[in-house]
Write a protein of this length. Structure first.
Length: 189
C-alpha cells in the first residue's frame, strides 16, 4: 500500500484519476460478480434444499390429515431424496398397518355381534329348564319341609337358592347381551 501510494504521487493528476476510475470499475465488477454468485447460490439452495423440504412438509400435513396413500416423488438423488424415500416407506407401512387394523376391527365387530346373539339365544334357551328346576324344587320344599329330615330341608334350600342365583345370572346375561342393541345413547353431562 505504501509503495502504491508513492507511485500514485509520482503519477500525474490525470493518470491518478484514470487509475481510480479503473479500480472503481474493477471493484464494481467484483461486487457485481459476488452478488450474482450469492443470488445463484440462493437459487441453488431454493431448488435443491428448500423446495424438497416444502414438499416434504406438505406431504406430512396431508398424511396427518388422513390421506395415507399420498407419496412424494423425489426430484434428485441426494440426502433429501433419501428422507423423501423414508417418508414414502413410512407412509406405506402406516397404510398397511391401518388397513390391517381396519380388517381386525371388522372381524372383531362381527365376532362381538355373533357373541351377543349367542348370549341372547343361550340365555333364552337356559331360562325355561331352569325355571322348571326352580319351580319343582320350590314345590318339593313346600310339600316336604319339616316332614323328612332336617338335612334334606337344608339340601333342598341350597338347591332352591342355587337355582334362583343361576336364574338371576342368566337374566343378567340376557340384559348384558342387550346393552349394545337396546342401550340409550350417551348424552353429555
Amino acid at each position: 500500500i505504501i509503495v502504491g501510494s508513492y507511485r500514485l504521487l509520482e503519477i500525474s493528476q490525470q493518470d491518478s484519476q484514470a487509475v481510480v476510475r479503473i479500480n472503481s470499475i474493477i471493484t464494481i465488477l467484483y461486487l457485481g460478480m459476488f452478488i450474482i454468485l450469492i443470488i445463484a447460490l440462493l437459487i441453488f439452495l431454493r431448488i435443491k434444499v428448500v423446495n424438497p423440504l416444502i414438499d416434504l412438509n406438505r406431504g406430512l400435513k396431508i398424511l396427518a390429515a388422513g390421506d395415507l396413500s399420498f407419496r412424494i416423488t423425489p426430484k434428485t438423488n441426494d440426502e433429501i431424496s433419501d428422507i423423501i424415500h423414508s417418508f414414502n416407506d413410512m407412509a406405506s407401512q402406516l397404510k398397511a398397518q391401518t388397513d390391517e387394523q381396519l380388517a381386525i376391527n371388522e372381524k372383531l365387530i362381527t365376532s362381538n355381534r355373533e357373541l351377543q346373539q349367542f348370549a341372547y339365544i343361550t340365555s333364552h334357551d337356559l331360562q325355561e329348564p331352569l325355571r322348571n328346576i326352580a319351580s319343582y324344587l320350590q314345590l318339593i320344599e313346600r310339600r316336604y319341609k319339616g316332614k323328612i329330615d332336617k338335612d334334606v330341608d337344608e339340601f333342598i334350600q341350597f338347591a332352591v337358592d342355587g337355582a334362583l342365583r343361576l336364574q338371576s345370572m342368566i337374566n343378567d346375561l340376557l340384559i348384558y347381551s342387550r346393552v349394545e342393541t337396546h342401550a340409550a345413547k350417551f348424552q353429555p353431562t
